[in-house]
Design a protein around this ligand. Sequence first.
Ligand code: AMP
Ligand code: GLY
Length: 428
Amino acid sequence: MPATKGDLDVLLIGGGGREHALAWSIGKSPLLGKLYCAPGNAGIAQVAECVAIDVTDHAAVIAFCKEMNIGFVVVGPEAPLVAGLADDLRASGIKVFGPSKAAAQLEGSKGFTKEICDRFAIPTAAWAKFSGIPAAKDYVRQQGAPIVIKADGLAAGKGVIVAMTLEEALEAIDTLLAEGGDVVIEEFMDGEEASFFALSDGTNILALATAQDHKRAFDGDRGPNTGGMGAYSPAPVMTQALIDKTMETIIEPTVRGMAELGVAFTGVLFAGLMLTKDGPKLVEYNIRFGDPECQVLMARLKSDLLALLMASSDGTLDQIQAAWRDETALTVVMAAKGYPGTYEKGSVISDVETIGENDAIVFHAGTSRQDGKLVATGGRVLCVTGLGKNVTEAAAKAYGAVGRIDWPGGFNRTDIGWREIAREKTTG
Ligand code: AMP
Ligand code: GLY
């Protein structure tokens, strides 16, 4: 654990690769006193004290903060935010990074986000919401395929069906509405996807950086959808002109609109974009850092993360800037065999400690220590992150380190960054 430098004691909520990256970055802050993480993992334990608090028990989180004199709470995942943890902490006088429950609807409810888009003229796919199967089916018969059917609510990417035929669309409606609830039916947007991250303090916005990820489990972007098997930042497709356009047509109207509606957004806005021939359009918002996008963002961030997150919470984002390394960061996710389906827990991982930070940064996603051995405890287990002058070089660094990790129980994609690597080959 690094020597303490400041006097701000911080509690980080979460225990995945995103939180290891956040902990690693917060750990470098001169403002930091002691860092705690609930629940954390074996990698986070190198930079923070992991504590076993049940984060769904808000009273227990508040009691811990009071007892340990926590000055700032950073919430990593969406679920505690959608459940109102930030509201309860604020009501107890504890500073927190992350949106209120009402503002977290930007991720928690697709219908809410679509209404914001309509109201503030934010470019996105045309949409309609249905709760009954016959009405939903009539609508897709009118619209035709390709068309996109989504469950309304948090579904970890699993509730989205991009139907290329009418039959698939009708089947998707039956599946998603089988147990009640609502579906959002959207126009199919054609283009390349990219992600954009910005901090907001409710009024001011600080643009962070761009990234692209790979959601499918296997090489060639085949196989089932996952939380993300790898990512890189920056995304060269996101030119400065596209970043400016995204800020002007999507991020700024969202932040202004949310404030106008009395649900000011503080925290990080993660915009999933489709780069269409008519410009960037919003696919979805997340209200937290991406996982594994956060790993590549933190590998590139030169500024004090803790100061940035505090400024978002304090309403002072207009007084701070974020500086980034010029290099590209690329992360390769090593997952347990079987992920995203069923997989075994407890397989032993060796040789991670032979990798120094100059080779690659190994962020832990689902690990723990048992009898001194590093073992896999999750689906996504390690995020091996390389830096290089472009995607090709960053990938070479990351894969060089992946090759040195001995984990018979794991697998990884071998083609993270393929689209950019192909472009770099032709452009030099
Ligand atoms: P979401 O959970 O809304 O991000 O959707 C998951 C994935 O489905 C996205 O990353 C896109 O690849 C795809 N997708 C969602 N909405 C659309 C759309 N309207 N047009 C085309 N693809 C979409
Ligand atoms: N990697 C996508 C996400 O965090 O939602």
